[in-house]
Write a protein that binds this ligand. Sequence first.
Ligand code: NI
Length: 435
Amino acid sequence: MSRFVCWVALFFGILGLIGWVEAGDEVTSRVGRLADEVTGDVLRWRRDFHAHPELSNREERTSRVVAELLRQFGVDSLKTGVAGHGVVALIHGRQPGPCVALRADMDALPIQERSGVPFASQNAGVMHACGHDAHMAMLLGAAKVLVQMRDALPGTVKLIFQPAEEGPPRGEQGGAKLMIDEGVLEDPRVSAIFGMHVSTDLDCGKLGYRFGALLAAVDRFRVTVRGKQSHAATPWKGVDPIVGTAHIISAVQTIASRRVDARQPVVVSFGMVHGGQAWNIIPERVELEGTIRTHDVEVRRLAVAQFHRIVRETAGALGCQVEIQWDDYGPVVWNDPDLGQRMLPSLARAAGQGNVVESPPVMGGEDFAHYARKVPGFFIFLGVRNEMAGAIHPLHTPQMRIDEAALPLGVRTHCLLAIDCLKQEAGRVSRAAEE
Ligand code: NI
């Protein structure tokens, strides 16, 4: 009798499994078909954003275009003006259930484009050199697909278009932090969030993932070194902040080379050094700006403390005064290992089994980190590198290009992450209710 029950259970178990796999395959092929249908649109939107880039907290046109398209698709709710120019939309499934979020960033960089593409930036000195044009276009593509798949959604998908990812201008607020302060993770409450970034280190057609720390914690500093102005011919009558600055810049290199455990990643870089007006005048002051990147809380604490100490004491030894301003741009982008593990099969279905690869840790930062500190998050890389397409230059450079052939994979990935995660979350909720 018990053996009979076992066989029956096994039989129905296998039937169920086949049914589930088939249902999964059906969703995958439906997503693939609908994603193919929107590919022309996605390319068009991406090129339009690319030609009209806007700096952080200035994404007025971008925001208008995004909102207008979402309205056309017939999303169920649309909020504009979130944290500046942010746009948040909801797509409700046929059945009620939990809510998962997909996030794209909107801003461009102060770079004069030299990529040579025919749809290059029409705004002098501003360029989508970090791929946020592609991020928006892919999320819009996913939105257009998902509104047609409401029957496959056991819950709600929240689409987050976030401004100022590159950091708001000095003196302004903005980005992920402000979106969270304005309630983007609430109403309905988000139970998981996904983000995607193009990668020029990863071949087109591949997805990169990593559990735990993926991107670095970012500290941004500004140092003012003050001396006493004098004639360049009589330096002993003043205090030279340029020589002071030279020593400071050299001395802080010892943080990475002498202080932090060599097996731990750390970077200290200066991006701006400004001082002086004439060749024969020792100036009053020099301004420095730069960043520290780390992957570990303890390393971060040590590097920041050591930076303050070296800057103050080096300046003091040379008779200069310093002022240090600190900006905690964001923590490590932490990928929730449990969520990531659960979503790996979705990545494989989107890209194909051999095309999902583990990514090494990256020293770049992303303010997605703030969301992933509040709710389980999973941030992945979309490969856009292709030598034949000239897509070999790194992000944040004037020559940066992407292979647009990667964009349909991005759309499929967004859709499958949202659908599969909603199913899993809905399953967890109903199991919890049964218990
Ligand atoms: Ni970026």
